[in-house]
Ligand binder design. Structure first.
Ligand code: DGT
Ligand code: CA
Ligand code: CA
Ligand code: ZN
Length: 571
């Protein structure tokens, strides 16, 4: 159900965007006053609409606005807003988040100075080009700069794939410096969290000063925030912050261990050290002044009688206890993967043909892939009806006759309708090797109804895998409301698999839900949902997520040989 506050926010946003575009002031004011009215109401607009009450009785709401509210309530989106968002550069929308700016000033800055992003704004403020404009004083300029910098920091977490581009680039740059023996990225990046706050890079070298001077030369750096011989902090043009530390060889293991974290894990291990009369820090493990370990991570762990624990597990979620009992999982590795069970072709919204996707799968070293185009309901993606799906099945049969030691499995990503029914008839689903089902609409159902919807879908005996089960987008949206425990138990009861969608923007299931599924005995499919051949490589991110969820090879459907896979898919 759409809250009043959400409706008000949509109208305020629309007003902002119209103002930036220089729209008629009366129109802008009309949207703002409607937003104000709605925010101040003591009744829910949604209830009024369900009771078919007339919204035009409300202050400042005429026929046009009433219609817009009804559309927003019914579809969850406002076409006028979507249109305005298309027309205004995204950088400008971001600028409206700065309190001391507001849409009118954003427009002025854009018109007068061409400022169309947060970075451009900061640069102009530093060069004092803003205070030169009429209506902007020195004080305002300073305030804008401060706010912009704060916003950048809050904007906060960077998706793992973007962080990886930066990390790899900088690592290669640092490796070119004379005297550098090793470069490792630690922190949440090494733990393979889905987002990172900042990058923590460790460099083994004798001469810190030379390394840091070399670091500062990297072309992606916007500015050096802090510069020392052992620690330097830089801000990249992308907004990502990077801490670089130079450590001596004899402390490398201890520093790597310390800066990999997580903090919660480190604190728990430090307690164990203290209980043994030891001190543990980024330089090593010490008894008094004597260094007992520091060269390698294994040696650090050994001092507290623990085996080496994989970084992905270091969240203090039971890994220390498991290690003490010798019960650490044998985590899955990328080499264990034998196929990819979710991808699209040009038949729907993919960029590559069936043959090209098959070739990409073979090049990936797989034994099989499944082609899972969209079903008819997704008209925007040119979804397949039964007739077009059957044409594809014939094409797959033909292709398989030519392929050696590689199999294209017949499948579909069938839409789950609002009531949990599937978007294609059972008779055509029965012709497939496996069936992937997922939700692409009606995200706003309440928790019970959304959960029931998924359970009903899993009741259909043809369904093999639920794709991207929660619908969340990393740094984008939370996903629909679900009782995950019921979904997981329901999947276990019915013998349905759940997916880890390996798209770095999805990583859905998330790590704790992966673990929940494992504990319930649900098999997981790690799949890339590729829409182009290059995306098959996203599998690595899915494996990372699986490892964070403690998965072993046997917990994952697509580590099976083709024969084992077919057996596992039988419900
Ligand atoms: P992030 O950057 O927010 O994604 O998360 P991390 O885990 O990379 O955290 P970060 O960059 O603040 O620090 C890197 C690691 O350094 C962290 O995981 C553990 C260690 N560390 C930092 N500060 C402390 C601290 O005050 N106490 C302990 N025990 N460890 C710390
Ligand atoms: Ca970090
Ligand atoms: Ca850090
Ligand atoms: Zn898909």
């Amino acid at each position: 159900m759409m809250q009043n506050a959400e409706i008000a926010r949509a109208f305020n946003q629309l007003a902002d965007l119209l103002e930036i575009q220089g729209a008629n002031t009366f129109r802008v004011r009309a949207y703002r006053s409607a937003a104000q009215t709605i925010e101040g109401l003591s009744v829910a607009i949604a209830d009024m609409l369900e009771r078919e009450e007339d919204l035009t009785t409300l202050d400042g709401i005429g026929k046009d606005l009433a219609d817009k509210i009804a559309t927003l309530h019914r579809t969850g989106s406002l076409p006028a807003l979507a249109e305005a968002q298309q027309q205004v550069p995204p950088g400008l929308i971001e600028l409206t988040r700065i309190d001391s700016l507001g849409p009118k000033r954003v427009k002025t800055l854009y018109d007068e100075l061409g400022i169309d992003s947060l970075d451009a704004l900061k640069q102009a403020a530093r060069e004092q080009r803003i205070s030169a404009l009429s209506g902007f004083g020195d004080k305002t300029e300073k305030k804008i700069l401060e706010e912009a910098e704060r916003l950048n920091q809050q904007a906060g977490r960077t998706r793992l794939d973007e962080a990886q581009q930066a990390a790899e680039g900088l690592r290669q740059h640092i490796e070119q410096c004379d005297g550098v023996e090793q470069v490792v990225v630690a922190g949440s990046y090494r733990r393979r969290r889905e987002t990172v706050g900042d990058l923590d890079i460790l460099v083994v070298a004798e001469e810190g000063r030379r390394v840091m001077a070399h670091v500062a030369e990297w072309e992606e750096i916007e500015r050096v925030a802090l510069s020392g011989d052992t620690k330097t902090t830089v801000h990249l043009k992308s907004g990502l912050q990077v801490d670089v530390r130079v450590v001596p060889e004899e402390s490398f293991g201890a520093a790597l261990y310390y800066f990999t974290g997580s903090q919660a894990h480190n604190v728990a291990v430090r307690k164990m050290a203290v209980a043994r009369g030891l001190k543990i820090n980024e330089y090593g493990v010490f008894k008094g002044d004597r260094q007992l370990a520091g060269h390698t991570e294994e040696a650090v762990f050994a001092q507290v009688e623990l085996p080496w624990i994989a970084p992905e597990l270091r969240e203090n979620r039971g890994e220390i206890e498991a290690a003490q009992r010798g019960k650490l999982p044998q985590l899955i590795t990328p080499d264990d993967i034998r196929g990819d069970l979710h991808m699209h072709t040009t038949a729907t919204d993919g960029k590559a043909s069936l043959e090209e996707m098959a070739e990409a799968g073979r090049r990936q070293g797989y034994n099989y892939i499944a082609i899972t185009d969209h079903s008819q309901r997704l008209a925007m993606a040119n979804g397949l009806d039964a007739r077009r799906l059957r044409e594809q099945l014939t094409a797959i049969d033909k292709l398989n006759e030519q392929l050696k030691r590689f199999t294209v499995l017949k499948s579909i990503e069938v839409d789950i309708l609002e009531d949990g029914q599937l978007d294609l008839p059972d008779d055509v689903l029965a012709e497939l090797d496996l069936c992937v089902a997922s939700i692409h609409s009606r995200f706003n159902l309440d928790r019970d109804r959304q959960t029931e919807r998924l359970l009903r879908a899993m009741d259909n005996p043809h369904v093999s895998i639920i794709a991207h089960p929660t619908g969340r987008i990393v740094n984008g949206r939370d996903g629909y409301e679900l009782d995950m425990q019921r979904v997981v138990d329901g999947a276990a009861d019915r013998g349905v698999c759940l997916e880890i969608n390996a798209q770095p923007a999805r990583l859905d299931l998330r790590d704790i839900h992966v673990r929940m599924a494992k504990e319930a005995g649900v098999l997981i499919s790690i799949a890339t949902d590729s829409h182009a051949t290059g995306q098959l490589a996203h599998m690595a991110f899915g494996v990372d997520q699986a490892r964070r969820g403690w998965l072993e090879k046997d917990d994952v459907l697509n580590t099976r040989t083709l024969t084992q896979l077919r057996k596992a898919l039988k419900r």
